[in-house]
Design a protein around this ligand. Sequence first.
Ligand SMILES: *[C@@H]1O[C@H](CO)[C@@H](O)[C@H](O)[C@H]1NC(C)=O
Ligand SMILES: *[C@@H]1O[C@H](CO)[C@@H](O)[C@H](O)[C@H]1NC(C)=O
Ligand SMILES: *[C@@H]1O[C@H](CO)[C@@H](O)[C@H](O)[C@H]1NC(C)=O
Ligand SMILES: *[C@@H]1O[C@H](CO)[C@@H](O)[C@H](O)[C@H]1NC(C)=O
Ligand SMILES: *[C@@H]1O[C@H](CO)[C@@H](O)[C@H](O)[C@H]1NC(C)=O
Ligand SMILES: *[C@@H]1O[C@H](CO)[C@@H](O)[C@H](O)[C@H]1NC(C)=O
Length: 500
Amino acid sequence: MISLSSSWHMFVFILVMGSRAFALDTYIAAVYEHPVILAKNASQLVSSAEALKLMNKNIDILEEAITSAANQGAHIIVTPEDGIYGFGFTRETFFPYLEDIPDPQVNWIPCIDPERFGPSPVQERLSCLARHNSIYVVANIGDKKPCNSSDLKCPKDGRYQYNTNVVFNSDGKLVARYHKSNLFMIEQLLYDSPEEPELVTFETSFGKFGLFTCFDILFHDPAVTLISNLHVDTILFPTAWMNVLPHLTAVEFHSAWAMGMRVNFLAANIHRPSLNMTGSGIYGPDGSRTYHYDLKTLNGRLLVAELDSQPSRSPSYLPSLNWNLYASAMEPFTQDHNFTGFIFFDEYTFSELTKEAGNLTVCQKGLCCHLSYKMTEKHEDEHYVLGAFDGLHVVEGEYYLQVCTLLKCRSTDLQTCGDSVTTAHTHFDSFSLSGTFSTNYVFPEVLLSGVQLAPGEFQVLSDGRLMSQNRTSQPVLTVTLFGRWYEKDPPHPYTHHIIF
Ligand SMILES: *[C@@H]1O[C@H](CO)[C@@H](O)[C@H](O)[C@H]1NC(C)=O
Ligand SMILES: *[C@@H]1O[C@H](CO)[C@@H](O)[C@H](O)[C@H]1NC(C)=O
Ligand SMILES: *[C@@H]1O[C@H](CO)[C@@H](O)[C@H](O)[C@H]1NC(C)=O
Ligand SMILES: *[C@@H]1O[C@H](CO)[C@@H](O)[C@H](O)[C@H]1NC(C)=O
Ligand SMILES: *[C@@H]1O[C@H](CO)[C@@H](O)[C@H](O)[C@H]1NC(C)=O
Ligand SMILES: *[C@@H]1O[C@H](CO)[C@@H](O)[C@H](O)[C@H]1NC(C)=O
């Protein structure tokens, strides 16, 4: 007994020592916002050689970013969705861009053994970039899997085509492959969804990682499950994100998701101002470490920043968070002058902030939103409203929302409240926003004039209040609690109608 027990202790001791000896408390992350080079005519079928030529042009640019990130000590770099071939394809014209990407269990370093699974020039090159620079490389490419009539779901053209994230570790080994679940509208014309959402994670000496792609962020699976069941520390997020104000601009929503889910989040977006695609960042649970938003130039941008390997062990980590605790316990403030208006096709109940300082409640269905605020100075030519929405959003995807929002109206006409607006003049000395949410998945957003984030200027309390720390450094565009009530989503949220 004694010898058994002591050897067990020794085993535990070695394990603990082992993990201490190798684990890093912090690591350096990089993301690259890439001005992707598009095919001249994506609806025209090209040869595999032609397709590879375009992809190599994009990888040439990614190579500079990867090398530069490695030189700055980065352990991992994320590159954007569609960053290697662009977009605009049909199912047929996309085919020459695809490679067969094996399950990482095969234990493969394409850089050393490129022909093992047939021609894989893109995987080979990405693997070599990771290996030669000793850095984890995250990229988004297309996977093809042949199928036949023995599979009743096999598409007519005899293959599945997947929007796929791959990760090569610092030896160049393929360590993760994730097929996107929640395809955005026209993507369904060229890609297939996996039958079940895939939960893809991998462990490193600098924490546990999980990955998903772009539109996936709005749905429960796999995004939420990676955190609530698999306890990943950092999400890797390639995206091709078109900004929508006031609530769904990339830097705003992605940083809010990191804070609401209390996880690190590495978001790499395409850079294409003509399509409103910009906004990449390195986000921790307590705010942005660095981010980039630029509609003015056509340049790419590499971001590098340090993060905690395991944010749940940091002293600032909230052990528990109940989003409706404060709001449900308090007496509602006065409610008057309600009117309705639209934000991104959703009908909100609004109430105007008529005074320089005040307390206000607005309700819709089961959701009441409470705001206490003090403006530094009330500008007569700027109108702000408090809004509540409790309902199913049905345009460009179906998902159930509960939202409390303070926002600036586009003009003094209250009909414009909820329209896209990018600048403001009104500073706030303080704000405190809370809501009687029926969900515990709420993403806190603060967006300032010029579409800027406000790291360190606000905090979330464990009772669900979103509070300013101090006078805002820039005038305010919006302060929002963006809640997702996943249980109320229609079934199979990731197979919705195509809307043009
Ligand atoms: C692109 O290619 C398609 C198919 O070959 C053709 O019908 C279309 O006219 C082309 N568009 C342009 C702008 O060249
Ligand atoms: C059909 O596909 C399955 C699995 O992909 C394969 O094992 C089988 O040989 C194929 N059958 C034919 C007739 O190609
Ligand atoms: C980009 O965003 C602006 C402001 O929200 C909007 O007016 C414009 O139509 C958008 N452009 C595209 C291509 O979606
Ligand atoms: C505003 O909304 C609340 C809750 O929906 C309602 O009780 C109140 O009567 C409304 N006030 C006005 C002026 O419409
Ligand atoms: C808002 O309510 C708080 C108490 O919740 C009170 O201290 C404060 O004076 C009120 N502010 C205004 C402007 O009514
Ligand atoms: C708030 O702002 C004041 C004046 O700028 C400054 O003195 C104070 O340190 C700030 N407090 C915090 C918590 O940032």
